[in-house]
Each structure stands twice: as C-alpha cells, then as structure tokens.
Design a protein around this ligand. Sequence first.
Ligand SMILES: NC(=O)N[C@@H](O)C(=O)O
Ligand code: NI
Length: 162
Amino acid sequence: MSREIRCEPLTAASFAPFGDVLEAAGVPDRIINQGLCGRFHDLAALDFSDGRAGISVFLAEPRTLPLTLEMVERHPEGSQAFLPMTQHPFLVIAALDDGGVPGTPRAFLTEPGQGVNVHRGTWHGVLTPLHAPGLFAVVDRIGNGANLEEHWFETPWIVSER
Ligand SMILES: NC(=O)N[C@@H](O)C(=O)O
Ligand code: NI
C-alpha cells in the first residue's frame, strides 16, 4: 500500500510553516550599485547553534516524478538553505513535527530561480533536483556534534505532479 502526495506551487505563504522562500520577487528592498541592481534583502532566518554558517556546493543527481519518498530528515542544530545555480525548478518536501515524528509531508515545486531556507529542526526531504545539472549552493551549519535525524516511513509516500 502506498500513500500519495501531490505537488503544490511554492509560495512564501504556503512554505511559511517550514521555512523561507528565497527569490527576486516584486519590488527590490534596495536599489544598489548605481541603480543597476535590486537587492532583495535578508530573506532567510539563518539559525545555528554551537557552530557557524558555511556555504557548500551540491551537485545532485536529478530524480523523476512520481517519486517514492522513503525518508525525511531534520537538523536540530541549524537551518539549511538550498539556492539553485541554474534556472531549473526542483522538488521541496517538508513536514511538520507530530510528537517527534513527521506528519503528512507536503511537496512543493519551485518556480525557476526560487530557493528555500528550511528552518532549524524542520523535517524535509533531501535535496531533490528534477533536471540536470542539479547544481546548488547550500548554506547550513558547520560545527561539531550530530546535526542529522532521519525518519524512514514504514509505508513510502508517492509524490506526484499536481
Ligand atoms: N546531508 C546533507 O548535507 N544534505 C541534506 O541535509 C539535505 O537536506 O540534502
Ligand atoms: Ni538536510
């Protein structure tokens, strides 16, 4: 038996329970560089305990929909931001906590150019590109000690397009 999740569009409102949407949307907060650049300022709640923010580059294999979702994870000590370095949309999975285990996951399809910052301790699927190259800058915690908790579903979820 499998359980199905349908993808929904990623918006700041829809993703608010899980994190921040990073995008150049609407009017820039600041116009800089002699008027040649719009700055969309301070979009992410970066949150790290006993460590520091680091920037890494991920090159991930693209997946295809429908996707069998077997596991979600969370980082108790830090937030994690995924910024695509291409214009390809990607899949973002997130779930609220329900007594220490994830509730029903939600699946979001990004628009080209959108990134996300998953809040500290929020259940999420691992980085899931849908097109090659799956090239991302990732801002997350660099520090000592454990910062990963995985939850493997007894029954996988099937993630389908809208
Ligand atoms: N493990 C790692 O660096 N990445 C995962 O946390 C992920 O969410 O992709
Ligand atoms: Ni993660």
